[in-house]
Ligand binder design. Structure first.
Ligand SMILES: [Zn+2]
Length: 447
């Protein structure tokens, strides 16, 4: 090409990532989980416009009214190789503007950050993906292998109308794909180096995520008048089961991803940990500690209670909901434990369950991620970690696709990034967004 500098000016994806991120935040795609929100249609139509403008012909599908998904495959130079899926979700959790210091849908830029709902979860990564995809299309650049770029609906309500629906109804879009990247990982934490005390950035690659078991406990008893002594009270049976489950100490187990994270942090910082206690070590990773604490063992938390209808009537049933999260391979053990603790007066039923995932930290793709980060942030580290929650990678795993959380962001040491997931005053530094766009660009060129 004769005028490469002009071409670079036009097509550099970092130059439009801020605009795209702000555009996406301004489109309210709140997911209330009950079908009442605006849906993802407006957001998905925006994505379609951005893609058709650069000559792409994306696939668009609504699982139900306004619940929109978009996908487009970019052919790679070696079509024999298995494809890579790069995906993001278009919905966000709702925001109560009264709690925020800015309008959560204004995408205001102040203090070097873009503020708004979705700025970290995950319209930031959506924008990084879109800017890079537009760049590939405009320049006719082929990645080394096919890349399937997909934007899902409904992640914030479990993906039933998004990733899960797409995998069930349009598996052909992902044909031949072996790996995927998306949220929640790739962001930096700043840790002290032992001896020197220098600060070093460690990027946390999400290589695992816990499984979900949302259970309902229902106790049955004998109904009757509140004035008559009753030794078969459903509320009491339920309360006793709750007490037993709550008192249970889930055994600490470090899966490979967690063990490698702890070992990595320990060797850099010089702080030790034991099979029982990693608290001092985890102090080093600031807010990310919250994500990690839930991955040191299985967990169970009571979230809702329901029983009775009148002050002087002993009800026949009482129920509670329990949110259990299990480590890979622990599902049967967790269910057996809960059933045993619930006892024979309380029935345990499954409301929703989804699989736990663990991907290898040693793979070519992980090496390419490390290379891309090293090129943009020399001297940094890449460490694996397990996410205590779930992502759209669960649905893709049903097609045999190995998923990683890699939305690369170099973050200021004092920013509580993890605390902003679903939190108030969600914001992303523009500089971090541009950094991530460059890392993703390198990864797409070498994947
Ligand atoms: Zn998300």
């Amino acid at each position: 090409m004769t005028d490469s500098s002009a071409q670079t000016t036009v097509t550099d994806p970092t130059q439009e990532v801020e605009r795209i991120c702000r555009d996406l935040i301004r489109i309210d795609s709140s997911n209330y989980g009950d079908g009442s929100g605006p849906g993802e249609r407006a957001c998905a139509e925006y994505v379609m416009e951005q893609l058709t403008e650069v000559g792409l012909d994306p696939f668009y599908a609504e699982s139900e009214d306004k619940r929109a998904n978009v996908s487009v495959r970019v052919e790679g130079s070696d079509r024999e190789r298995p494809a890579l899926v790069v995906h993001g979700h278009l919905d966000v959790v709702p925001a109560d503007g009264g709690d925020w210091s800015v309008d959560p849908f204004s995408a205001e830029v102040k203090d070097g950050c873009i503020w708004g709902r979705g700025a970290v979860d995950m319209k930031d990564m959506d924008a990084m993906i879109l800017a890079n995809l537009r760049h590939l299309a405009r320049t006719g650049t082929k990645p080394p292998r096919d890349v399937v770029f997909t934007f899902f609906a409904d992640e914030e309500a479990g993906g039933v109308k998004g990733s899960s629906w797409m995998v069930d109804h349009h598996p052909e879009l992902f044909e031949g794909a072996s790996e995927a990247i998306s949220e929640v990982g790739g962001y930096s934490v700043t840790i002290p180096r032992k001896d020197t005390g220098d600060q070093v950035r460690a990027y946390l690659l999400q290589t695992a995520e816990k499984g979900i078991a949302w259970l309902r406990l229902t106790a049955h008893g004998r109904a009757g008048h509140g004035s008559v002594p009753n030794d078969d009270n459903a509320i009491v049976h339920l309360a006793q089961a709750i007490e037993r489950i709550n008192a249970h100490k889930w055994p600490r187990t470090y899966i490979a991803s967690v063990r490698e994270l702890l070992d990595g942090l320990s060797s850099v910082t010089g702080t030790g940990y034991t099979d029982e206690d990693a608290s001092e070590l985890l102090e080093h990773i600031g807010g990310a500690r919250g994500f990690v604490l839930g991955t040191l063992q299985d967990t169970s938390s009571f979230t809702m209670l329901d029983s009775g209808y009148k002050h002087n009537v002993i009800p026949q049933t009482a129920s509670a909901t329990l949110d259990c999260r299990y480590l890979p391979g622990h599902e049967d053990e967790l269910m057996d434990t809960i059933r045993a603790l619930a006892g024979d007066r309380v029935e345990v039923s499954v409301h929703h369950r989804d699989t736990a995932l663990e991907a290898p930290f040693g793979s070519d793709l992980v090496d390419r991620m490390a290379d891309a980060l090293q090129a943009e942030d020399p001297g940094s580290l890449l460490l694996p970690y397990c996410l205590s929650a779930g992502t759209d990678n669960k649905a893709l795993s049903r097609l045999g696709i190995t998923g990683y959380g890699f939305a690369p962001l170099r973050l200021p040491a004092d920013l509580d990034f993890v605390g902003m997931f679903h939190g108030i005053d969600e914001r992303i530094p523009v500089d971090s967004l541009e950094f991530g766009t460059r890392v993703l660009q390198r990864l797409l060129a070498t994947c």
